[in-house]
Design a protein around this ligand. Sequence first.
Ligand code: NAD
Ligand code: ZN
Length: 512
Amino acid sequence: MGAGKSFVARAVAEQLGTRALDLDAEVERIAGRSIPEIFDERGEGAFRRLEKEALAALPSDVGVVSLGGGTVVDEETRQTLLRDGIVVTLTADPSVLAERVGTGRGRPLLGDDPLDDLRRILALRAHAYAEAHAVIDTGKLGAHDIAAEIVAVRNLRPIVVPLGLRTYRVEVGRGVRHRVGLRAGEHSDGDAILVFDGGSERPWPKDAVRDLTLAGKPPIEVRLPGDEAHKNIGSVERIWDTALEAEVDRRAIIVGVGGGVIGDLSAFAASTLLRGVALGQIPTTLLAMVDSSVGGKTGFNRPRGKNLVGTFYQPKFVLCDVETLSTLPDAERVAGLAEVVKSAWLDCEASVALLERDADALMAGDAEATIRAVRMSVLLKSRIVHEDEQESGRRMLLNLGHTVGHGLEAASDYRGIRHGEGVALGMIAAMRVAQRLGRGRSEETERLTRLLDRLGLPTDLDARLNSRALGFIGSDKKRRGDKIHFVIPRLPGQTEIDLLGLDEVRSALAAS
Ligand SMILES: NC(=O)c1ccc[n+]([C@@H]2O[C@H](COP(=O)([O-])OP(=O)(O)OC[C@H]3O[C@@H](n4cnc5c(N)ncnc54)[C@H](O)[C@@H]3O)[C@@H](O)[C@H]2O)c1
Ligand SMILES: [Zn+2]
């Protein structure tokens, strides 16, 4: 209210060559009465229903909609808009807003003291307003500049991970790593600590040093050995101590540039250093882009197992630059495609069909196909993380293929088989379990197997599933007594989680 939505919407529409529509005016038109009248006669609930109806039936030539201030407070409406459109929050300091709305006549939510009411409304709606593709302070910019910024956001199409005040955006594309200076500046007034691995064959950390330096944040550098064996407390201590010796304060930001190992270590360090500093991620493996950099799980390994100590801690930004994959060995990249297939199957038919269409291009490392695959995976993950941040329910879906996959990895002492390869085989195994339980069809198993095969992933489950591997199934931490939560894939987009007996799973797998 008072942020200038209608005016800015018209400016955006002009720049885009489309038409803007004011949702409040549209509701008044449909209802044949003014908004205060609708509130008086039918109440706020009826008004919100009219808003929803109007949004669902937008004229096809409308490209920009200025929403009512309360429209996005409705959870369902907000998530639909975030999925299907680009949502921009325009805001300003309450005193600026109060000045603009004047006495608040014709604004049913404002009483005698508009400033006080505006403060109260902004506080109540802060969570909803933060869940947007961008939040722009209109107190500082003119309408034309705001419109230009909105058009830029629309062209970038960041993916929103909607988590209330901890909402962040994932940017996917070519060259997006160069935004690290800008993003770090937006989220931190303090020092930048850059955590990375690798040598001169990989220019990505050096790029980040330059971009951060150009943005006035020459980083404190922490170079670690980035392999699984060094995903331990010693590496975390190196990050903590380097930062502390440089006397950083709580305004600092840690930026991780690397694969999932570097990502998990930087994130854990960020969540604990001085009780928590800001975190940014530049994932440089396909797996880190589609999985580990998004969702906020952090951690490191202990002698008893992988990822046994960690936290949930969300980054402030994630920059998935497909150019960084150019130095990644093919086998690593292909292994990451297993998680992409997993995401597609969890998502829907259209996503699986997309991968089938793009399979050859993906296998060859084509940038555009890779961007499509990363976007699809991150969108799916952001939706699941929004629904279940701390894995008490639906987030377990992301374990599709991982129960048997972990068994295969463990049986090879984590050397003979890559994580993604284990997941590929584990998904085929999960299909087999579904079939044996009478809940899957051979057509789906064959379709999945064909796709994995086209992407260069292993599919020879029976050759690898020896008794040692069967014995390791369920030995990871997701076990409850002698039962495990098992993810059962059916048709794309129709995955279920079931508590199954370990013996049930093993015998379903063995009896082929
Ligand atoms: N936090 C989560 O939600 C989550 C999810 C999935 C996996 N993980 C974790 O992620 C880790 C696996 O991540 P990963 O598959 O990225 O492996 P990784 O981080 O071990 O990287 C694989 C190898 O590739 C190298 N590398 C990375 N980027 C490169 C590049 N652009 N060019 C050349 N070499 C490059 C690394 O140095 C490493 O040797 C595991 O520790 C796993 O537990 C975490
Ligand atoms: Zn995985």
